[in-house]
Design a protein around this ligand. Sequence first.
Ligand SMILES: [Zn+2]
Length: 281
Amino acid sequence: MTIHAIQTGSVRIKQSQVRGRGRGLIRRLHVFSDPHWTDWLPTYAWLIDHPEGIIVVDTGQGTHLLDGVKSMHPYLRWEVRFRINPEEEIGPRLRALGVAARDVRRVVLTHLHIDHDGGLAHFPDSEILVSRQELRAARGWTGPVRGYFPSRWPTWFNPTALDFAAEPFGPFGMSTRLTRAGDVVAVATPGHTGGHLSVVVVANGIRYVIAGDASYTEADMLAGQLDGVSVNDALAHATLGNLKQLASERPTVYLPTHDPESGIRLSNRRLAAIPHYETTR
Ligand SMILES: [Zn+2]
């Protein structure tokens, strides 16, 4: 089994979206008043080449996001900038790796933000999995307020709702196996969005955590740093604590979507920098 990092363009957001300031609603409003932008950050999707079939985690950005500057939605218009060429979308990126999108058995979405579901159009023949809670939030009338844009989904989009079973995985009380072998597992990592999930791949004694936006960087996860958009402070803190606990139990490579180090961390199998006293406890 191999994992590939697939960069689908890049994104700039406000610094206070990466590192939240204050709590609750104040923290979320700071994103809109912050004049400071991040550098261009990568937007990764992930290919898991598994003997039971190819799994893709997240679909990245699409060129349709470039028209966001004309949107009436305040976040799309003022708080985010995308950069992507057609050949950087996930379909062409997979082809360059010798994989046809129709050969992808399953697509798992960590959550339904536009830079994660932006490449869905390439996967009309794949089974698409989204946590049930995330689907409900995105489809509800408050969807656009919460940062979801169902109007941009392909018309055929009809994902399978993913439920978590009472099967503990590390510090996570609930999980769902995505392979019969049990070496690819989804765990609930709510916070950034209410139904956010992460995918853990276990290979050669290493846990590879495809973390979506559970945190923007590994350092922020280790520091327990909330982002600026998480919907619930307590949930987000609990998730960051669980991820850190997971990484302190076994050798772990931590792979958030927008961490500039994620690609190199995967190719070098660089383990999460947990302080020594925590790994030996
Ligand atoms: Zn997100």
